[in-house]
Design a protein around this ligand. Structure first.
Ligand SMILES: Cc1cc2nc3c(=O)[nH]c(=O)nc-3n(C[C@H](O)[C@H](O)[C@H](O)COP(=O)(O)OP(=O)(O)OC[C@H]3O[C@@H](n4cnc5c(N)ncnc54)[C@H](O)[C@@H]3O)c2cc1C
Length: 168
């Protein structure tokens, strides 16, 4: 139980905004990081795969705040940041927009696990089964691939091998 407490879900929220008929002088997959006071930073992935999307990312406490504030507030924030750099003409190019809200998903409740400071050992503890009957798997136990889909899969395969060995 302590290991679960030490490894809570962290948050990453994506806020994609459609920008029509302009590339703002950027290339597909360009990175743009806008740093702001109080860790209210926003990172943009520009026009991935040459789509019309500027994908905003916010993380950590600010992402939880954003989720609580809701999609309209998050989209306003992202557009205001873009306008502060590219000018107010940009507003005329804005199309559809969205915010992921994994924190509100009943069975997910965040983006991926983030160990509390000094508590990374919790990951190791959870790789051990409980009473030879309960086996844990997921991105949080994926060693160097934590926080990724690939890591989650490899962790699941490792847990399956543990179960097979226990049943043999
Ligand atoms: C915004 C965002 C962007 C990301 N980008 C990337 C990326 O670019 N590349 C990458 O590799 N990874 C990315 N990730 C991380 C990746 O999505 C996760 O690491 C991965 O999905 C974790 O897999 P998992 O199987 O451990 O957990 P999950 O995918 O959360 O699977 C857990 C499953 O258990 C189910 N479940 C939970 N509780 C119960 C219950 N009580 N009963 C029954 N079922 C239950 C859930 O419904 C869910 O299906 C991103 C994550 C977020 C949130």
């Amino acid at each position: 139980m302590e290991a679960f407490f030490d490894l809570p879900m962290g948050m990453l929220t994506k806020i994609p905004v459609e920008i029509r008929n302009t590339r703002l002088g950027l290339e597909a997959f360009d990175d743009l990081l806008i740093e702001r006071p109080a860790h209210h930073d926003v990172y943009f992935l520009a026009f991935p795969f040459d789509s019309d999307l500027m994908v905003g990312f916010v993380g950590g406490d600010f992402a939880w705040e954003m989720s609580a504030a809701g999609e309209a507030a998050a989209v306003d924030f992202v557009i205001d940041r873009l306008v502060s750099i590219f000018g107010s003409d940009l507003r005329g190019h804005v199309g559809r927009s969205h915010m992921t809200n994994w924190g509100a998903e009943r069975y997910v409740r965040g983006a991926y696990a983030a160990a509390r400071p000094g508590k990374a050992k919790a990951r190791e503890i959870l790789t051990q089964p409980v009473g030879e009957r309960i086996f844990f798997a997921g991105e949080h136990l994926a060693g160097p691939l934590i926080q990724t889909c690939g890591g989650a899969r490899l962790s699941g395969e490792a847990a399956a091998r543990q179960v097979i060995a226990a049943l043999a």
